[in-house]
Design a binder for this molecule. Structure first.
Ligand code: ATP
Ligand code: MG
Length: 222
């Protein structure tokens, strides 16, 4: 008679251990207001902000392509701005500039998507934190098959959720510049003649931490 094959997992006492504590209940965290005042993790250095005017979606994509040249593994880029501001459009250009695989799209069903490099550069991790309730812990649970310190991480809607990743952050705020006076600052694309007011965006870049205190963001205005 053949013996039945042994499944080692079935022999693992930890799997059935009644003494193991039950997992903590996953109750939603109360919506406590974010603490005001200086954050404990406030970066020591803040580079001056750079303001740009971008007059078309193609111009936003081009800004992403040029920004990609300044990025390296371990960088965290946070994108803020209302729905339809252009965060994903800029990220698409970033993906093109970094030379990664797969078109960057609005991830409807996934919170994060990894775009591996087509060359030997870092992968792009594109996070849409809009539905990310629990912040970083939840992101770690996503089990991304990539090391975050070895990646360029771009996060939409990440305020108050992913800052713990690193105190060196590049923050881009994209605002619709309707209502007139959005023309201040450098205009970075040449399709301005076709621009309708609806397409005009103000992009404010702020580098936080030592990483960005010396980076030449001004090259983006050229
Ligand atoms: N100057 C501009 N920059 C970026 N997008 C523009 C611009 N002008 C028009 N658009 C259009 O606005 C839309 C921006 O959509 P996009 O998905 O990039 O926004 P989003 O900020 O990622 O929104 P969400 O918060 O829903 O993820 C696109 O349809 C794009 O073609
Ligand atoms: Mg988006």
């Amino acid at each position: 008679m053949d013996a039945a094959p042994q499944d080692p997992a079935r022999q693992d006492p930890a799997r059935q251990d009644p003494a193991r504590p039950a997992p903590a209940p996953q109750a939603p965290a109360p919506q406590a207001p974010a603490p005001q005042g200086p954050a404990e993790t406030a970066p020591a250095e803040t580079a001056p902000a750079l303001a740009l005017t971008v007059t078309s979606a193609e111009g936003m994509r081009d800004l992403g392509r040029r920004l990609a040249k300044l990025l390296r593994a371990g960088d965290l880029v946070m994108l803020s701005g209302e729905l339809g501001a252009g965060k994903t459009t800029l990220t698409r250009g970033l993906g093109e500039g970094l030379g990664v695989r797969g078109a960057v799209t609005s991830p409807t069903f996934v919170i994060a998507r990894v775009h591996p490099s087509l060359g030997d550069g870092p992968p792009l991790v594109h996070v849409d934190a809009y539905r990310l309730g629990g912040g970083l812990d939840e992101m770690e649970d996503l089990d991304l098959d990539v090391s975050l310190p070895d990646s360029v991480i771009v996060v939409e809607w990440g305020e108050g959720k992913v800052e713990e990743l690193t105190e060196d952050r590049l923050h881009l705020r994209i605002d619709r510049a309707t209502g007139g006076t959005g023309a201040a600052g450098a205009t970075t694309d040449t399709s301005a003649t076709d621009a309708t007011e609806d397409d005009v965006r103000r992009v404010t870049l702020t580098g936080l931490g030592a990483r960005w205190s010396t980076a030449d963001l001004n090259s983006l205005a050229a």
